[in-house]
Design a protein around this ligand. Structure first.
Ligand SMILES: *Cc1c(COP(=O)(O)O)cnc(C)c1O
Length: 223
């Protein structure tokens, strides 16, 4: 299948499965492909691009600067504090904030670049399977300090489901994170959490049904 056919299938799925399709954005995860292929992705109408390595996203960003299509880079991988400075100038959203110290570093680098950076809090919902993400209780106790960081906008939550054929287990996880977001909005965030980044090639339809607003799709675009 061509990339544009695959993108259209996903855009149709957004309309079919999401309770609020107008709020949903596709992130084309381009970590597997080179800039020639990314140009094709952009020509097919995708705007949001997701990468998980600092060095590669920086290189691709530079190489595509002059390409005349709107693009927004999303950082979706584990991010080391000492590398934030390389992406702070251009990154649109960082989906993987998992520590107060990382949030502080993003805040500092955003300020140096005279901008605000959108971030999502990565929540570790599937604790047995994955180690990434904020521990939820630690996140709760850090909220007052996170809210003081003026150069980051905390826009929502992100999570990653494990590879498992147990779709009901995945669905419960996605449902739970939506509930957490709603609860956090009432208790601490005054409805400023509007984004839920969840769903990949294997589970994005479930994520859409459970209220995802960013779906992060890689392999399905290029099959
Ligand atoms: C690679 C990756 C994706 C995309 O995964 P696919 O299964 O290829 O769609 C989404 N989110 C994160 C965090 C990733 O690292």
């Amino acid at each position: 299948m061509s990339i544009s056919t695959n993108i259209n299938t996903i855009l149709n799925d957004i309309k079919t499965y999401s309770p609020y399709p107008e709020k949903v954005e596709l992130i084309a995860v381009t970590k597997y492909v080179d800039c020639d292929t990314i140009r094709e992705v952009l020509e097919s109408g995708a705007i949001n691009l997701g990468e998980n390595r600092v060095q590669l996203v920086t290189k691709k960003h530079e190489e595509l600067l002059s390409f005349p299509k709107e693009k927004r880079w999303h950082f979706i991988g584990n991010l080391q504090k000492n590398k934030v400075k390389y992406i702070a100038e251009f990154i649109d959203t960082i989906h993987s904030v998992n520590k107060l110290s990382l949030a502080k570093e993003i805040d500092k680098r955003a300020f140096e670049n005279n901008r605000k950076i959108d971030v999502l809090i990565e929540i570790n919902l599937f604790e047995e399977e994955t180690k990434e993400g904020y521990d939820y209780n630690e996140f709760l106790s850090d909220i007052p300090q996170l809210l003081q960081l003026e150069n980051i906008n905390i826009k929502g939550l992100m999570t990653m489901a494990p590879y498992t054929p147990n779709t009901e287990y995945i669905r419960q996880g996605f449902r739970k994170i939506k509930e957490l977001k709603d609860e956090l909005n009432i208790k601490f965030f005054n409805n400023s959490l509007t984004k839920l980044s969840m769903g990949m090639s294997n589970d994005y339809r479930i994520a859409l049904e459970e209220g995802a607003t960013f779906i992060r799709i890689g392999s399905k675009l290029f099959e």
